[in-house]
Design a protein around this ligand. Structure first.
Ligand code: HEM
Length: 267
């Protein structure tokens, strides 16, 4: 925390320095955009270096945690410098608008990724079940088989097909594959509510021995719900960089082109 605060203070001081400098350049009737633009380019370049750092982890280039903090602080610095540079949130001109749109998306994906990396591990620990991502399809198939075996057994032993009918119409859908993805990534409770609702409706139509089977199926649904939660959160954690990195690459490419155009224009 202390270190993050230290980097944040350095970033604020750096921003203040650039701001004062641009005001001075502006008052001497020169182009302050060269100052803010230069600082912005330097910051975006630094942000992209993170990718290179990750590709060569064996080089003695600061520890990964330090890079992570610096990258996060530099991300917010880049956004502030961008507003200083452009002067407005949404500039005119198609090329610049595409560039700005991509820059905003990169920043947004970075912030969303950061929040997920901070919040999700705690949520996954709290759910009280450990789960290996690659094994999830197999785990779900096993649970589904167990649930279906119970349904068969219940029909055979009790001579009633009420549980089987209901399973086919509702619970079977739940056991088929991971469900409630969107709700899970926002930490919602829809899966739990849905399962409890289905089981409590069904309970009213069952006799005592059928209810024993329903209890066992409910226990399986609870495990399945937790696996689904892991699936949703781990999918997001594994894949958000697949959005952030290409966006960052597109921004960098367009920034380089923007600088070339400006140089040509002023020469
Ligand atoms: C507030 C803004 C931003 C935040 C909060 C942010 C956050 C992050 C985080 C958390 C990571 C992954 C760290 C990890 O798990 O190892 C990351 C990676 C990265 N970000 Fe950002 N970012 C921001 C803006 C940007 C911008 C504007 C760019 C470039 C234009 C950028 C380029 C990159 C690159 C190249 C990586 C390395 C990905 C890799 O190779 O694994 N980020 N960012």
């Amino acid at each position: 925390m202390k270190r993050t605060l230290g980097y944040a203070v350095i970033a604020i001081l750096f921003f203040a320095l650039i701001w004062v400098w641009t005001l001075e350049v502006d008052s001497s009737l020169n182009y302050p955009e060269f100052i803010s633009g230069g600082a912005l380019f330097f910051t975006i370049f630094f942000l992209c270096l993170f990718n290179i750092r990750k590709r060569v982890p064996f080089l003695p280039l600061w520890p990964a945690r330090k890079w992570f903090l610096l990258h996060t602080v530099a991300g917010f610095l880049a956004l502030s410098l961008f507003w200083l540079h452009a002067g407005i949130m949404w500039p005119n001109g198609l090329y610049v608008q595409i560039l700005v749109f991509l820059f905003y998306l990169t920043t947004l994906s970075g912030i969303v990724g950061l929040v997920m990396e901070k919040v999700y591990p705690n949520l996954l620990t709290r759910i009280g079940l450990e789960c290996i991502y690659e094994r999830i399809p197999r785990d779900i198939a096993e649970i589904r088989n167990k649930a279906e075996t119970l349904v068969f057994e219940c029909t055979e032993k009790t001579g009633s097909d009420t549980l089987a009918q209901h399973y086919l119409e509702t619970l079977g859908w739940f056991f088929q594959r991971p469900r409630f993805f969107i709700n899970n990534i926002f930490g919602g409770q829809n899966a739990q509510t849905w399962v409890m609702q289905q089981c409590s409706i069904l309970e009213r139509f069952l006799n005592a021995s059928e209810r024993d089977y329903l209890d066992k199926i409910f226990a399986l649904a609870e495990i399945k719900r937790k696996i689904d939660f892991h699936y949703s959160l781990q999918t997001m954690l594994k894949n958000w960089l697949l959005i952030h990195i290409p966006l960052a690459a597109a921004v960098m490419t367009m920034v380089v082109w923007h600088i070339i155009v400006i140089q040509v224009f002023f020469n």
